[in-house]
Design a protein around this ligand. Structure first.
Ligand code: 13P
Ligand code: SF4
Length: 322
């Protein structure tokens, strides 16, 4: 929708604050959102923090600035609330890599396996799972399952490989991947490390093993932010995840230098792409769309009641782990 020039000209932040009061809404934003969205949010966090917030919020309306599966998780945990997503087309390549019907056939082909599903999956896939996990707690979730129990881990094969190495367990992996994290270039990161001796390399576990091996810290977006918070005030950090998080990193360490790691163009012999490291789905949300969705009370997340009931259990099991 194109706003009339009259409305487009106003400063959106006070309008969003007014709508928030009118709706009794809470705005939750993932670290990968644009800085101007993070700045009007009530809570900024990783997937786990935002799921916890959605579960405990007293607001009538949850405005979720993130991608579709995250807003679905909020709806599953608070089905009585209106859950708004500024752009319903904000998807996720990991979630899309596991269509529910194909995933059901995969699960059926592995009888006796416990199914651990990364939260980056559709509600219908969660409904086929025993446990959910996020990148913050995937190792803890797998460790909570008796060692002799075989496990399917889906949909991210790189996070699954990370968890398998950390827990020393064999996992049956669904072969999905994140289109952003799988493209980080090991060669470029090695070059940056050489160029900046003493720098600290922060890597998200959705990256391939060769890239993770270059990390001084490997962890969820919150873990990477925490590493900056406890790191040197004037340090240099190479950030191997979606660069939206640098907005918060810069706030906690204003004197530090943050270098967003570049991604590689697939099939390209040389050269790298600095903007391929942004998540095109996360970036579909804009401040204007946030304002418009609050104004229109739409688009909202709707899910069938039976999916909500079945998908809730694996999420609650994850949250109960603390
Ligand atoms: P976090 O849970 O670490 O925030 O990761 C979410 C995500 O989509 C990473 O690509
Ligand atoms: Fe999905 Fe990757 Fe975007 Fe995260 S960065 S939302 S995993 S596509």
């Amino acid at each position: 929708m194109i706003l009339p020039a009259r409305i487009a000209a106003v400063d959106l932040a006070p309008e969003i604050a007014r709508l928030k009061r009118e709706l009794n809404a809470v705005i939750l934003a993932h670290y990968y959102q644009e800085g101007e969205i993070q700045d009007v949010a009530d809570v900024i966090g990783d997937s786990l923090q935002l799921a916890r917030e959605a579960a405990r919020s007293q607001a009538d309306v949850i405005v979720f600035c993130g991608v579709h599966f995250m807003a679905e998780t909020a709806k599953i945990l608070s089905p009585q609330k209106l859950v708004l997503l500024p752009d319903l087309a904000a998807g996720c390549s990991l979630s899309e890599s596991a269509p529910a019907d194909a995933f059901k056939r995969f699960v059926d082909a592995h009888p006796g396996h416990v199914v651990v599903t990364y939260v980056n999956s559709s509600a219908a896939v969660k409904a086929l799972s025993d446990y959910c996990c996020t990148s913050s707690n995937a190792v803890a979730v797998v460790n909570s399952i008796p060692r002799e129990t075989p496990i399917i881990f889906a949909p991210d094969r790189f996070l699954g490989d990370y968890v398998a190495r950390k827990t020393g367990r064999e996992l049956v992996l669904w072969q999905g991947s994140c289109e952003v994290h799988e493209l980080f270039s090991g060669g470029e990161i090695s070059r940056l490390k050489q160029e900046h001796p003493g720098s600290i390399t922060l890597v998200h576990p959705e990256c391939p093993a060769a890239v993770r091996a270059l990390g001084d810290v490997v962890g969820s977006t919150k873990a990477l932010l925490d590493a900056v918070r406890t790191g040197p005030e004037d340090g240099t950090f190479i950030v191997v995840t979606e660069p939206g998080i640098i907005h918060q990193m810069q706030k906690v360490r204003p004197r530090a230098i943050f270098i967003p790691a570049p991604a590689e163009i697939r099939g390209s012999e040389q050269g790298s792409c600095t903007s391929c490291n942004t998540c095109p789905h996360m970036r579909r949300n804009t401040l204007l769309k946030l304002y418009q969705c609050m104004d229109a009370r739409a688009p909202e997340i709707r899910l069938p009641a039976d999916i909500i009931a079945r998908a809730r259990l694996p999420i609650e099991r994850m949250l109960a782990l603390g």
